[in-house]
Ligand binder design. Sequence first.
Ligand SMILES: NC(=O)c1ccc[n+]([C@@H]2O[C@H](COP(=O)([O-])OP(=O)(O)OC[C@H]3O[C@@H](n4cnc5c(N)ncnc54)[C@H](OP(=O)(O)O)[C@@H]3O)[C@@H](O)[C@H]2O)c1
Length: 322
Amino acid sequence: MAAYAVRADTEAPLDALVVGEIEPPSVPADWVRVHVKAAALNHHDVWSLRGVGLPADRLPMILGCDAAGVSDDGREVIVHAVINSPDFVGSDATFDPERSLLSERYPGTFATQVWVPSTNLVDKPPELSFTEAACLPTAWLTAYRMLFSQAGVRPGDTVLIQGAGGGVTTALITLGKQAGLRIWVTSRDEARGAQAVSLGAHQVFPNGARLPERVDAVMESVGAATWSHSINVLKPGGTLVICGATSGDNPSKAELTKIYFKPLRVIGSTMGTRDELIALTRMLATTGLRPQIDRILPLADATTGFAAMIAGDHFGKIIFEP
Ligand SMILES: NC(=O)c1ccc[n+]([C@@H]2O[C@H](COP(=O)([O-])OP(=O)(O)OC[C@H]3O[C@@H](n4cnc5c(N)ncnc54)[C@H](OP(=O)(O)O)[C@@H]3O)[C@@H](O)[C@H]2O)c1
């Protein structure tokens, strides 16, 4: 039983999704099996249905990057979704030019079972439920690395997060607040902005609004729709960390002059290392912070979850239980 892509459909991604029985996938012989207890939806899965990062010759492909479950030997685990090339040498998994995420080259987590290299398993702390743990490998790990490895901010600094209710943005709000940062958020919707404040944001603004003062760092995952604003609101010497481009990756103005004249640091960030994932699990266990869950659905009803994400109706993570 799985949720998988059978083709690419740029305009109607739901038409490319099938939920049902599929032949068990073939995977490298030395990989280990995890019985999935919970899996989390990411915008990455919508991109896959649109054909971004998932070429036709790899279809059908089981979707899903994130899972928590139980391995064959009874360990309660979280699956690190970054699959490195066996030849990769280096401590930072995200620098491997041959890396892939689960569901790009190897079958993903929206299934009753998933197989990964044993080095991709991280112990699930007993304090976290399977549902909470399933939120961590993509959105929460990406947010953790953006804030704590890339942004160069210190407690007391002001960070603007573009977007309110997404998986990455809710993680950024929660983690940033805990770390003593002043968290400002933009949203395209007033009600979602109010939810961001309930989650911990200090102030919320409409997309593109003039801010009370310039900020030390901007966390960008929206892309074209917010790019110019992100550049304009930074202090001289400020840092823009970008992990995605939900609204498009070709902004009408690249803002090159402002980037060098202010001068700004623009840092790309993708996922995170196994060590960062372990540190993130410790942070949640010790602080009591938990991911914002939008809804939990049976895997058989995955289409409903995808539809909510495509419509932008969710606030926090959407979870599938096989
Ligand atoms: N590089 C990586 O490793 C990595 C990891 C995770 C995610 N990503 C990328 O980051 C992006 C977010 O992922 P996600 O899973 O968090 O997605 P998501 O849950 O669907 O969240 C989408 C977010 O984008 C905002 N948004 C969407 N369209 C917008 C628009 N036109 N104008 C303003 N805001 C808009 C939403 O803000 P509101 O709540 O205000 O509506 C929401 O916060 C995706 O593009 C994904 O591919 C990359």
